[in-house]
Write a protein that binds this ligand. Structure first.
Ligand SMILES: Nc1nc2c(ncn2[C@@H]2O[C@H](COP(=O)(O)OP(=O)(O)OP(=O)(O)O)[C@@H](O)[C@H]2O)c(=O)[nH]1
Length: 743
């Protein structure tokens, strides 16, 4: 008997290393772990406890031999080894484990076996039954049985779960684990279903249900609530909790039809009159009162480039006022506005403006709008038309009453007694106050001190100011307020939610910022099969990288949209970053890394940014007018393109004589009739007015000398590269490719 390690001995005795260690400790033999070597004397002692295996082996082989024989008769098909293994497993266990556990183990295995029978085919059933018979027999024999063990056989028939859960998808390996099956088995099943899968293949819901169904296992998809998804907090309330809230109205329409004038007219007649001394402040939205009821107006800018904002505006809007100038009728942006409102399923009230004008023709407006499904009530439709003169303030009251009428019908409601949720209307960086955001409370009541997540920013509502510039402590549903206290500037259209504690707000805000950053990064590198071709194509494209900073987030977005619309073949505008506020050092760092321009719209670089831009050689372009920005970028893009060439004919020569020279080919003795022929020009051979060859000049000679160019009125010898079939009377036309400026 020699020394051996704990695990080796445990293996020999088919017991666990832990068990051996315990036994050794009981004998006061110190061992630290399964790798510890045990002395020969200790091995002997252990043998005394476990029974010496080597000696018993011949005996073991004798005994079951007869049995095997017997079994083979019963079942000639399958392995004796397995059966023996099973039987010995139990025999082995009996030795080292206390009796009750043994029984349990046995029962368990039998159960497994039964369950397994359900899913295995008949042949296998047969084997399994044999196994259990065999096992029973061996168990009856009790302690004296010492057959070789293969515990895998027991593992293999692990019980199927009654139900599995998953979220989104599972890989084959994950599904196999959940089903307590080998991945190969799942792969086989998929193969039978005509799906070639690998172990790491991702299975969708249908595939998971199919496979699990095949095993008779129930499947449940777990819908994971992502707390960082702000939409989750926009929940519905019980009808009993709801109170009436003011309608949120946006004004849309074509350029110059009078949107701003209408908004001003409403504000001037209503706000200042009602709130004497109130300083109206531009916060992107305001409220007015009509007949004791409030209406909220979103003061979104009306320029064509603000489509993005307007599209977003429509989402938080209850009613759209479509301003159409009575003297101009339906124009492109009128139609665009109708489409936005329709897409958002927002009711439209048509304000037919400029009624004071002599050329006003409201009937024409109504007529034109019928084409877009806006039919006045008088004509059997259900669209409200209100004639107004925004400039004179006429019809404004009527317009407001109509808004109240629609509100009454639509019954706009919200629950003021809950944490506030809503949307960012505008956000910017203020020198003194830091991040300033105008929020529209859509549900709940926003309070000073509330922990809040706004888009990818977070904080506590430090101060709230209403549209009259007054500090307020509460903001009820449909109220626009300007808040401070955020860690960064959110974006117009971002959602905001109030949370119960600041810690959660911070966590969610930070993880959202992180996610946004990651998404931005992966956007640059992500390649899937779907977009592979695009990436390949884009490989040939040149990119104009731009960082956009503007005074207000809405403007930055509008500018971005406009820039992306610039259509210059072969060049992409890639917006690296957009934001509100001064151009700072990090904008420059980003621009430097990607060789980008920085566009500042109504903003200036701070001192650090100026210094960094000088050091890094980053070009900053400052603008105040959107179309100037677009124009400039367009030019830059044209400059970036490979130059465009245009052919220019520079001269003609007539072939008067031909000379065949060996090694050189045919020399065309010619007379330049027009312009000139140059050494490096392209040539066309024209015979009877038809171009029969196009190529290059090979050699140009004046008498015996090479010439760079030969002008009109002179004779010369011309050979054409790879062409010898020149005949007398042919015309040689010379041309060059000239770079032209792109239009
Ligand atoms: N006669 C008359 N002129 C009006 C009326 N409403 C607006 N205008 C004039 O029409 C022009 C355009 O008005 P805005 O209110 O700036 O139009 P807008 O739709 O906001 O224009 P954008 O902001 O450029 O899209 C201005 O010169 C206004 O004075 C009106 O009721 N009657």
């Amino acid at each position: 008997m020699s020394k051996m390690r704990v695990y080796e001995y445990a293996k020999k005795q088919n017991v666990s290393s832990k068990d051996v260690i315990t036994k050794l400790k009981e004998m006061n033999i110190e061992v630290s772990n399964h790798m510890t070597t045990i002395e020969a004397s200790a091995v002997q002692k252990l043998d005394g406890l476990y029974g010496k295996k080597e000696e018993k082996q011949p005996q073991k082989q004798n005994k079951p031999a007869g049995q095997s024989q017997q079994k083979t008769n019963q079942d000639p098909v399958k392995p004796k080894a397995t059966k023996n293994a099973n039987s010995e497993d139990f025999a082995g266990k009996e030795k080292v484990k206390p009796a009750p556990k043994q029984g349990e183990g046995k029962k368990h295995s039998q159960e497994n076996q039964q369950k397994d029978n359900k899913v295995f085919n008949k042949n296998k059933n047969k084997n399994n039954n044999n196994n259990s018979n065999n096992r029973n027999r061996n168990n009856q024999k009790g302690k004296n049985s010492h057959q070789a063990q293969a515990p895998q056989a027991v593992k293999k028939v692990k019980e199927l779960p009654a139900k599995i859960t998953f979220s989104d998808s599972l890989t084959v390996a994950e599904l196999a684990k959940k089903l307590h099956r080998e991945p190969s088995e799942i792969i086989k099943k998929l193969f039978m279903l005509g799906v070639m899968a690998t172990i790491n293949q991702v299975l969708d819901k249908d595939a998971i249900e199919l496979i699990a169904g095949d095993y008779g296992v129930e499947v449940e998809e777990e819908i994971q609530i992502d707390v960082t998804d702000l939409e989750v907090y926009f929940t519905d309330d019980e009808a009993a909790e709801l109170d009436e809230r003011p309608a949120v109205v946006t004004i849309m329409g074509h350029v110059d039809h009078g949107k701003t004038t209408t908004l001003d007219s409403i504000r001037n007649t209503k706000v200042t009159a009602g709130e004497a001394g109130g300083i109206t402040q531009h916060i992107g939205a305001y409220q007015v009162e009509e007949n004791g009821k409030k209406i909220t107006f979103l003061d979104t800018p009306g320029h064509a480039a603000f489509t993005t904002m307007r599209a977003r505006g429509a989402k938080i809007t209850d009613i759209t006022i479509l301003v159409v100038a009575a003297d101009d009728g339906v124009m492109p942006q009128t139609i665009e506005a109708i489409n936005h409102a329709k897409a958002a399923e927002v009711p439209i009230i048509v304000a037919v403006n400029k009624m004071d004008k002599e050329s006003a023709n409201p009937d024409r407006v109504m007529q034109e709008l019928t084409e877009y499904g806006l039919i006045p009530e008088a004509w059997g439709g259900d669209t409200i038309f209100v004639p107004i003169s925004a400039i004179k303030g006429e019809g404004i009251d009527n317009l407001l009453e109509m808004i109240l009428l629609v509100s009454e019908v639509e019954e706009y409601k919200a629950n003021p007694n809950r944490n506030a949720v809503g949307t960012v209307i505008e956000a910017q960086l203020d020198k003194g106050r830091g991040s300033v955001a105008t929020l529209l409370v859509q549900n709940g009541t926003l309070k000073v001190g509330d922990p809040i997540v706004v888009g990818n920013t977070f904080g506590r509502v430090r101060a709230m100011v209403n549209d009259l510039g007054r500090r307020v402590k509460h903001a009820e549903p449909s109220t626009p307020v300007e808040i401070t206290g955020l860690n960064d500037v959110p974006q117009a259209g971002d959602r905001f939610v109030v949370l119960s504690d600041e810690k959660s707000a911070r966590q969610i805000g930070e993880s959202r910022a992180q996610q946004a950053l990651q998404a931005q990064r992966s956007e640059k590198t992500k390649i899937s099969l779907d977009n592979l071709f695009e990436h390949m194509k884009q490989g040939e494209m040149k990119e104009l990288n731009v960082v956009v900073k503007a005074d207000v987030q809405g403007t930055a977005e509008a500018l971005t949209t406009a820039l992306q619309k610039i259509d210059v073949e072969g060049v992409n505008v890639r917006i690296l970053h957009t934001g509100a506020g001064a151009i700072n050092e990090s904008d420059i760092t980003l621009a430097a890394a990607f060789n980008a321009f920085v566009i500042g719209f109504n903003v200036r670089p701070d001192n650090n940014a100026k210094r960094a831009a000088d050091a890094e050689g980053v070009d900053i372009r400052l603008h105040r007018v959107i179309y100037k920005v677009i124009e400039e970028i367009e030019l830059a893009m044209k400059g970036m393109l490979d130059p465009e060439f245009e052919e220019k004919i520079i001269g003609q020569a007539e072939v008067r004589q031909t000379f065949k020279v060996s090694k050189v080919g045919t020399i065309a003795g010619s007379y330049v009739t027009d312009g000139k022929i140059t050494r490096d020009s392209g040539v066309r051979l024209i015979r009877d007015g038809i171009v029969i060859f196009e190529g290059e000049v090979d050699a140009l000679r004046r008498f015996k000398d090479d010439a760079k160019e030969v002008s009109q009125g002179y004779e010369c010898g011309i050979t054409i590269k790879n062409y010898n079939d020149v005949k007398e009377g042919d015309v040689i036309e010379a041309f060059v490719m000239q770079e032209v400026e792109r239009k």
